[in-house]
Design a protein around this ligand. Sequence first.
Ligand code: PLP
Length: 374
Amino acid sequence: MKKIPFFNYPALFAEREHEYMEVIQRVLRSGYYIMGPELEAFEDELAHYLGVKHVIGVADGTMALICAVNAAGISPGDEVLVSAHTFVASAAAIHHCGGKPVPVDCGADHLMCGKAARAAATHRTKGIMPVQLNGRTTNMDPIMELVRERQLVLVEDSCQALGSSFDGRFAGTFGDAGTFSFYPSKTLGCFGDGGALCTDDDDVAEKARSLRDHGRTSDGEVSRFGYNARLDNIQAAVLLVKLRTYDKDIARRRELARIYDERLSSIESIDLPPSPDADSRHFDIYQNYEIQADNRDSLRQHLADKGIGTILQWGGKVLHQFPALQMRGNLPNIDAVTKRFMMLPMNPSLAEDDIHYISDHVEAFYSSKAKRRA
Ligand SMILES: Cc1ncc(COP(=O)(O)O)c(C=O)c1O
């Protein structure tokens, strides 16, 4: 029997071990561990990749969100609309800046629904945070319309969507700031925690830069209370290696998604993410391959019995389903999705054979169910 873990960290490290060890050694020998040349080079290259003025490397995606929300001007008491299908970190960033996160329902692609966002907006709404989930960028047309009409602060949680685009525009570049996570399982993952934010606004950049370093400016003056939220040089050096071949990794993920789509799209009991070529407005990077499945828990058990790892994003619960956080909301679409969602393995260490093996067992599960019904 094959063994396909949901994610295979050692395999991905082994593929380029020599290159990683070389740059790690170089940083260690240089003695520059914090705020050094690798960080600067990574920020410059990522800014060039995204076509933005500023990239600021930070400790992780959560700190990217906190610095972005704060620097973009959300203040105590402000309501911020946030997609309900997200990691708690999106809402936590709003909360830590004194704002009130208001969860918004999602559409069929698991992303913020423009109509639901409009319906949730009140006179207290000051900001909006679409979450560019699973490597797909939200349909930004209705969101940008709302932003312009209400003059909202727009911070994208694009932690899962580096390189994804809508109408040729990269996730993270639509509004005041965008954020990225380099958590090891991310499309651009480092060997620990890491993150960045991007912006074209000089004032947002200046504020975010000082927030990540105790509120200090480049001459050492403390201009505000800040955090210790710097991206260290070893992680930046590893990220620079990976960024230089990033487009290849994305192409590989899109190829794997194409195979899943060919193999599974005719099964009525599951709903798949849009296929890579389904819609010319979206370029998806397939950070995750999140499906919806009937008899989900039995399917997961069936796949586990065949050596295939699957997971439920966020442990199976989204923002308003954690009572302690008191973010209640009437969100029927996402409530229905969370009963059926699960993620199949998706990362560049997978071989095409692995995707066929997984697909065979998904098919077998539903055809044996159909036979039992007949
Ligand atoms: C949508 C989303 N937002 C925010 C984060 C937080 O990023 P990090 O884990 O790097 O703090 C993540 C990471 O899992 C995420 O997936």
